[in-house]
Ligand binder design. Structure first.
Ligand code: ATP
Ligand code: MG
Length: 566
């Protein structure tokens, strides 16, 4: 392909709309163009990278024995009523009416459609195990679409679903997908790591996320250097046995804390450190109020609380609801509150702490939680932070940022039961299939590759997903006929060798061509110019290492092949 025949354009200035490096580079180098918030057009260059990522995913899925299918993006709401997720998805699911006034949705995921399909297709244990997958567009009305392809309203996902005769068999299918994911991300040139994850509204018992480590990542990852424990902050646990509280306890006593709304303000008004304050919050779990309490300097982790409560929708109660069921906001405390109270395990043994007095403008000090509060359950509901202790080996934990590129779930029978996906066993009994589901954000992965592979001059594509493996700069073509001929021959020769090549044949200054080549970021750059030709060769430059050498024409192809294989 020649630049003069494409519509490719690069931008000199940083796009206003972009916040993180990969998003800026995608736009500046000309891979995507914004249509509106969370919606992008892929340019011919963008599509080339996307297809390469897709192909890696497809090859590894096929290698793992999964079968490619294609389901509709447009789905009848009835399927979502069967699974009970129509209400759970809430406003994040795009919904519309067809001309018969039937409600349809644009699929944010495909558990419902695929389970219904398999329920009709598979009837015998002989047809199991079975894993199917598709690479397709998904739609989610994200609260905050941002960071370009990272969190879009429309994006491409590879979603796979496994069906098995038993939990043990399902573990084997899960492992096969897990291993395929490791290979996929490695082939994309990504340093990804699997961490324990929350299952969210997909459901199921067990899941791992594949995280690409990057400071711009939206997810927190908790790591233990002692035993290798690694989990998403949404789910991570901590050891609380060492929590230190005062052993003394005076008589509970109300102290005025006028106007104090925050933990810091209350601590200051009472004259204690914020660690001694206990924070109380009313939540609605599927509409029912509960009270959650945690040490004042900690955050309540809503993912963990939701799992503990076993509810599908968890929301913080508004002020009115809080006042109605518990006490005044700002002076809310657990003592005497007639709601189920869930206390973070870190508060076990807490004495001499300060809680809201449930009386406007007052807090109570010298409180012992175990003596004064009727706790329904001691549960781990606080967000784990750096410096906490590992739940497995008690070593100190640290935090990193990550981009979630893939997610594998053990689903159990949540969907197969309601869609009656059952099979006849060898003993002629009817059993429900055990499922797993496995997603990769293909477009997010494409951008994550950039987030891990760029420098101050532009993108540094790994050879496996580079839009063209080689970019060929034709310099001095106007002055020197030989440059034109050598470029043409080299282009042909590269193509004959199965190497895709992009020729910058524009009538531009060399400086402009070099800058664009760096920005676009193809793995190898070859420069055909008068000076090198006089020395009998062309200049071969490796984008990643910066290594530049003049290579005799006869040796160019093997040299490029070698560079691409590294
Ligand atoms: P997140 O927590 O980032 O919203 P999720 O848990 O909702 O992700 P899944 O439902 O597991 O994601 O979807 C599978 C994969 O699809 C994710 O691992 C991610 O790579 C990708 N993905 C999810 N939402 C988006 C989005 N809005 N834009 C681009 N990719 C997405
Ligand atoms: Mg999401």
């Amino acid at each position: 392909m020649r630049w003069s025949k494409t519509l490719h354009t690069t931008l000199r200035d940083e796009p206003q709309e972009a916040e993180i490096a990969s998003h800026k580079l995608l736009i500046r180098a000309g891979y995507v163009r914004r249509v509106s918030g969370g919606l992008y057009t892929f340019t011919p260059f963008g599509v080339r990278v996307l297809r390469k990522v897709e192909n890696i995913v497809r090859e590894e899925m096929n290698r793992a024995g999964a079968h490619e299918i294609l389901m509709p993006a447009l789905q009848p709401i009835e399927l979502w009523n069967i699974s009970g997720r129509a209400s759970q998805m809430g406003a994040s699911m795009f919904s519309l009416k067809d001309r018969q006034n039937r409600t349809m949705v644009l699929g944010p995921t495909h558990e419902e459609v695929v389970t219904d399909y398999i329920a009709h297709e598979i009837s015998s244990y002989r047809q199991l195990p079975c894993t199917v997958y598709q690479i397709q567009t998904k739609f989610r009305d994200e609260i905050r679409p941002r960071f370009g392809l990272m969190r879009a309203k429309e994006f491409i996902m590879k979603d796979a679903y496994s069906f098995d005769v038993s939990m043990e068999a399902a573990d084997i299918s899960y492992k096969a997908m897990y291993d395929a994911y490791v290979r996929i991300f490695e082939r994309c040139g990504l340093d990804a790591k699997a961490v324990e994850a929350d299952t969210g509204n997909i459901g199921g018992s067990h899941s791992h996320e594949f995280m690409v480590l990057a400071p711009s990542g939206e997810d927190g990852i908790i790591n233990c250097s002692g035993c290798g424990y690694s989990a998403n902050q949404e789910r991570a646990e901590r050891n609380t046995s060492g929590s230190e509280f005062s052993t003394k306890n005076g008589e509970p006593e109300d102290v005025p804390t006028p106007g104090a709304r925050t933990v810091e303000e209350a601590a200051q008004a009472v004259g204690v450190s914020p660690e001694q304050i206990v924070k109380s919050l009313v939540y609605l779990a599927d509409g029912k109020p509960v009270l959650a309490i945690v040490q004042g300097t900690r955050e309540i982790n809503e993912c963990k609380l939701r799992r503990v409560l076993g509810c599908s929708i968890l929301e913080l109660a508004d002020d009115e609801t809080t006042v109605k069921h518990a006490g005044p906001v700002g002076s809310l405390g657990p003592a005497g509150v007639n709601l189920p109270i869930y206390a973070d395990t870190g508060l076990k043994g807490a004495r001499d702490v300060v809680t809201g007095a449930n009386k406007e403008g007052f807090h109570t000090r010298h409180v012992s939680i175990e003596d004064s509060v009727t706790v329904k359950a001691w549960v781990d509901i606080a967000t784990v932070v750096a410096g906490d202790n590992c739940p497995k080996c008690k070593e100190e934990l640290s935090v990193q940022r990550g981009i979630e590129v893939g997610h594998v779930f053990k689903l159990g029978t949540k969907y197969s039961e309601v869609f009656d996906a059952s099979f006849l066993s060898a003993e002629r009994t009817s059993n429900v299939m055990v499922m797993g589901c496995y997603g990769i954000g293909v477009t997010r992965t494409m951008q994550a590759v950039i987030e891990q592979n760029f420098d101050e001059n532009g993108i540094v594509w790994p050879a496996s997903v580079s839009p063209y493996q080689v970019t060929l700069l034709e310099l001095d073509a106007k002055k020197d006929e030989n440059c034109r001929i050598v470029t043409e021959n080299l282009e042909k020769e590269l193509e004959e060798n199965g190497i895709d090549v992009f020729v910058d044949d524009r009538d531009e200054r060399p400086g402009v061509k070099f800058k664009d080549a760096d920005l676009i970021g193809c793995t190898v750059r070859v420069v055909v110019g008068k000076r090198a030709l006089e020395k009998g060769g062309v200049e071969v430059h490796i984008r990643k290492t910066g290594e530049t050498r003049i290579i005799p024409l006869a040796d160019v192809i093997p040299a490029i092949k070698k560079a691409l294989a590294e």
